[in-house]
Design a protein around this ligand. Structure first.
Ligand code: HEM
Length: 433
């Protein structure tokens, strides 16, 4: 029997306080009010793992809004139908699932290795742009193989368009107004699509579809037939940016932890000694051997989930954790607080990669891990992200000892607007002896 009362509201809670320090407010809300709380009338926060998972899994009650980021272009043949969306998803997953990623480790590893190759030793370096560049090369070539060099510059500009779009602005423009940022986004999306279209046509007319993710999307399925060209083109800008945007935020946090925890970094470096000297010879067996490195990556993703707040709505009145959520409400799902709940993780604020390994050093899966979301909109790129991040971490720690630059100031600024990121992070790399 659901309660008819609404979840508690944080005394003194308001959007003004939220804007000042979102992480602190999220923690305070969870501590003072419990597993579900109210930020403002009609805005709820799911703070603990149980309600977070319930919201993400109950997609009928808590639907996700269509991504406004790269909407279908005007001249596309209408918005894709539900059937086309389902087919596009299934086709993408053929190229993204764990076995598909495992088969391509030898192509991923040389690209992630370029991050360490490009780092000038002995200098303080701003890490995020450098790691974003390496991961963009890795992600874009995962999607488009030999066509990646053509598409990479357009992909970088799509990322820029996204940055401009999410930058806080004094005005909240109605969605239909072509604000300057939206016009810039559309120009970049058109440019990317114009560069991709001849690639799609060439592959289809030559019959050489390719083994990469684009190739998977171009293959006819016995059930749906051929995915229309516009549906292929509309789905790819978002996926392309996804291959490197969130992973670069994650990589920033991981590299910071390598710098702050030299013993853990040493253990990663020791494990990485098992990698072949030529990264192209790396296989999924090598990757599977990097157990501690994978545990470290999971632990950093737990402490600093790069997508720390996910948004859903409740079109109809419904119940959550025994509370009534009114029709038309916004529900914010907070993996950050869910991961720092002592009921899920002992000493939740401590950095302990070992918690992800059992006594024999094998990976364990702890419940309540939501960094990749869950349910029907859970992350499509989990396997690719884990492979890229594990390899990049091992290859970097094998070569370098990382440290924060000396001096009184912080090495970075934590931003929480679009994701949790160590913006401006500067680190120094010195060659391991
Ligand atoms: C560390 C890296 C990554 C993290 C932490 C991450 C996290 C997430 C999370 C939390 C969601 C769920 C969003 C929601 O429920 O609203 C999501 C969705 C998604 N992710 Fe990732 N992601 C990562 C890397 C990637 C990569 C490499 C790709 C590759 C294409 C990718 C593609 C997607 C897509 C397409 C969705 C949307 C699924 C849907 O709405 O149905 N992600 N990701």
């Amino acid at each position: 029997m659901g309660r008819t009362n609404e979840p508690p509201r944080l005394p003194g809670g308001s959007f003004a306080a939220w804007s000042r320090d979102r992480l602190a407010m999220a923690r305070l809300g969870a501590e003072e009010c419990g597993d579900v709380w109210q930020l403002e009338p009609g805005v709820y926060v799911a703070a603990a793992a149980g309600p977070c998972e319930a919201v993400l899994r109950r997609a009928q009650d808590f639907p996700k809004a269509a991504s406004p980021l790269f909407p279908p272009l005007k001249w596309s043949s209408g918005a894709p139908t539900a059937e086309e969306r389902g087919y596009a998803h299934a086709a993408r997953m053929r190229g993204m699932r764990a076995q598909a990623v495992a088969a391509r480790i030898g192509q991923i590893a040389p690209r992630t290795a370029r991050f360490a190759d490009q780092w000038p030793p002995g200098q303080d370096v701003e890490v995020l742009p450098l790691v974003r560049h390496a991961l963009a090369e890795t992600g874009v070539s995962y999607l488009f193989s030999e066509d990646a060099p053509t598409l990479l510059p357009y992909a970088s500009r799509l990322f820029l368009a996204r940055e401009v779009l999410v930058r806080p602005s004094r005005w909240t423009w109605p969605r239909w107004i072509p604000s300057p940022a939206r016009r810039f986004r559309t120009r970049q999306q058109v440019a990317f699509t114009d560069a991709l279209r001849p690639v799609v046509r060439r592959r289809r007319s030559s019959g050489r579809l390719g083994e990469d993710m684009l190739g998977q999307m171009l293959r006819p399925s016995p059930h749906y037939g051929l995915l229309p060209e516009e549906a292929v083109l509309d789905t790819l800008p978002g996926i392309t940016v996804a291959t490197f945007e969130t992973p670069s935020r994650a990589a920033g946090w991981i590299l910071l932890h390598l710098a702050r925890h030299p013993q853990a970094a040493g253990r990663v470096a020791a494990e990485a000694a098992s990698l072949p000297p030529d990264p192209a010879a790396t296989t999924n067996v090598h990757l599977g051997g990097l157990r501690y490195t994978q545990a470290l990556v999971s632990e950093v993703l737990r402490l600093y989930p790069p997508s720390w707040l996910l948004t859903r709505c409740a079109p109809r009145q419904t119940q959550l954790a025994g509370y009534t959520i009114g029709a038309g409400s916004t529900v914010l799902v907070c993996p950050y607080t869910a991961h720092r709940d002592v009921r899920e993780y002992s000493e939740p604020d401590q950095f302990r990669p070992e918690r992800w390994l059992d006594d024999s050093g094998a990976p364990t899966r702890s419940g309540g891990f939501l960094s990749f979301g869950t349910g029907p909109h859970g992350c499509e790129g989990t396997a690719l992200a884990m492979a890229m991040l594990t390899l990049l971490t091992a290859q970097t720690a094998r070569r370098y000892h990382l440290s924060e630059p000396p001096g009184p100031g912080p090495s970075h600024q934590v931003t929480t607007l679009e994701g949790l990121a160590p913006v401006g992070l500067r680190l120094r790399a010195t060659l391991r002896g």
